[in-house]
Design a protein around this ligand. Structure first.
Ligand code: 5GP
Ligand code: ZN
Length: 117
């Protein structure tokens, strides 16, 4: 657990969340500020700052997280696909520095991936 990390506090149950799935290695919970009808995040329980900080020791949990994404998206109401986003660092506009995979979907197709500003 990393002190002052809100997602570590969610893992520890110190901050409430609407859980989607949990096992020994990962937790999935709804985003507090959803951008689509289906919007939850999958996180490793063990703190790692971002995708830039991932090393070999994280390979297994990252694989498990991605392997769960499709089934959870279907369960949550997005069976025909979804978008995964991992915002990373300053350039990726990451706000919470505990690695998380956004799963975003819903009954209707999403906007195109990114606008060329
Ligand atoms: P980022 O920009 O780092 O990829 O996304 C962080 C996400 O975490 C945002 O979509 C934000 O709405 C969500 N978030 C921030 N604080 C909390 C919280 O306390 N609970 C939950 N469920 N989501 C949060
Ligand atoms: Zn953390």
């Amino acid at each position: 657990m990393s002190a002052d990390c809100i997602f570590c506090k969610i893992v520890a149950g110190q901050i409430p969340s609407r859980k989607v799935y949990e096992d020994d290695d990962m937790l999935a919970f709804h985003d507090i500020n959803p951008v689509a009808p289906v919007h939850f995040m999958i996180i490793p329980k063990k703190h790692v700052d971002s995708l830039s900080h991932v090393t070999g020791e994280h390979v297994e949990v990252l694989g498990k997280m991605l392997a769960k994404a499709g089934a959870l998206a279907t369960e949550q109401g997005s069976p025909e696909g979804f978008r995964t986003i991992v915002n990373t660092g300053r350039i990726g506009r990451q706000d919470v520095y505990h690695l998380h995979v956004h799963i975003i979907g819903g009954p209707h197709p999403l906007p195109r991936m990114i606008s060329k500003e």
